[in-house]
Design a protein around this ligand. Structure first.
Ligand SMILES: NC(=O)c1ccc[n+]([C@@H]2O[C@H](COP(=O)([O-])OP(=O)(O)OC[C@H]3O[C@@H](n4cnc5c(N)ncnc54)[C@H](OP(=O)(O)O)[C@@H]3O)[C@@H](O)[C@H]2O)c1
Length: 252
């Protein structure tokens, strides 16, 4: 049985990925930070569907907790063949107002955490056993605007980590990324604001948890693909010339 560690998988996109991979026969390491009860509910749901799953808590902004995660999964479920770096913080700041603490928080969780987990997953995988790492980016990496500054820079750096790890870990482990666009309301965004922005996208289907899951399935099966970023964004990244004054800020 293959094992997948999916960070931040107690709810939203990560939960959809966990259920999708469980249905494909993976044992699931459900990682959570604060959502312990939801993580256990997901584990129970997977087990009720005759799957295998365990919950693992770790604050990925902490080096020690991050470095404990892969060893805990190995002890409980065996070495993961699949690592999906999905957990992320998404805090509003700008290129002119960002603080070092918010920068550090977003970089530690969104960048250093996935890099450490990739390193440790590679070290734990028995030689000769193929593996796959998939990092969740954002269409913002190809559609720059200076809002959500620290978050965007952390995701751009994670795109570079994807390509560097793809080189370093080949041929045993393929490393790819999925870059979603607007998928679920985030931060201060209301459902109405979300729907309004979504209606302006090139493709009405936009991105969805199901579409992201299908992209992950493709990358898991694509044995000749590594270092690849797959955009699942309804064409949102082509709207680069848009007026970003409609960004939903916390005070709105
Ligand atoms: N939602 C969208 O529209 C969208 C658009 C573009 C890209 N993305 C990307 O797709 C991925 C999934 O999106 P999402 O909206 O489902 O994510 P999310 O809800 O914002 O976050 C996923 C999980 O990350 C975990 N997390 C946050 N800080 C953490 C920390 N310090 N340590 C460990 N875990 C931490 C949280 O776990 P707990 O709840 O357990 O604390 C949270 O449930 C993210 O990487 C995001 O950047 C999403």
């Amino acid at each position: 049985m293959k094992t997948a560690l999916i960070t931040g998988s107690s709810k939203r996109v990560g939960r959809g990925l966990a259920l999708g991979l469980a249905a494909r026969g993976y044992a699931i390491a459900v990682h959570y930070h604060q959502s312990k009860d939801l993580a256990q509910e997901l584990v129970d749901e997977i087990v009720a569907q005759r799957g295998r799953a365990r919950a693992f808590g770790a604050d990925l902004s902490s080096v020690s907790q991050t470095e404990n995660l892969i060893p805990s999964v190995v002890r409980s479920l065996g070495p993961p063949d699949c690592l999906i770096n999905n957990a992320s913080t998404f805090e509003y700041d700008t290129a002119t107002s960002f603080t070092s603490s918010l920068w550090d928080e977003q970089f530690n969780t969104n960048l250093r955490g996935p890099a450490l987990l990739s390193r440790d997953m590679a070290a734990a995988l028995p030689s000769g056993k193929p593996g796959c790492i998939i990092n969740l980016l954002d269409q913002k990496v190809d559609n720059l605007n200076p809002e959500f500054f620290s978050y965007t820079v952390s995701k751009i750096a994670l795109e570079a980590v994807t390509k560097l790890m793809a080189q370093a870990l080949a041929p045993q482990i393929r490393v790819c990324a999925v870059a979603p666009g607007l998928t679920l309301p985030s931060g201060a965004q209301t459902q109405a604001q979300f729907e309004e922005t979504r209606a302006r996208l090139l493709l009405p289907e936009a991105s969805s948890v199901e579409a992201i899951t299908q992209a992950v399935f493709y990358l898991l099966d694509a044995s000749s693909v590594t270092g690849q970023v797959l955009f699942v964004d309804g064409g949102e990244r082509f709207q680069s010339a848009r007026d970003y004054s409609d960004t939903i800020k916390p005070e709105d």
